[in-house]
Design a protein around this ligand. Structure first.
Ligand code: SF4
Length: 85
């Protein structure tokens, strides 16, 4: 599995959510409206792919990352792990 380095996170500087609070991306599981709002921000984010890759590699189990919900990432991570092995 690929190791993450500090300089692998330079993408964060271009994050569309940089000026938003973490509460807007780390939501209760039943806050569907909040998730849709966060995903709308992600949809226009220039580093969406890098964000999702980071979340899969570091197994982020909470919050919206790269436009995906925790449930969506669980499925994607199984696929990601299969490809990474
Ligand atoms: S994809 Fe979404 S969570 Fe990731 S950096 Fe962009 S706006 Fe933030």
């Amino acid at each position: 599995m690929e190791m993450l380095r500090d300089d692998d996170q330079a993408w964060r500087l271009e994050a569309a959510c940089a000026d938003l609070t973490s509460e807007e991306f780390f939501l209760a599981g039943d806050d569907l409206e909040g998730m849709r709002r966060a995903q709308a921000v992600c949809a226009g984010c220039p580093v969406k792919a890098e964000c999702l890759e980071f979340a899969l590699a570091s197994n982020q189990s909470l919050g919206i990352w790269g436009g995906t919900t925790p449930n969506e990432r669980r499925r994607l991570r199984r696929e990601w792990l299969r490809k990474a092995s």
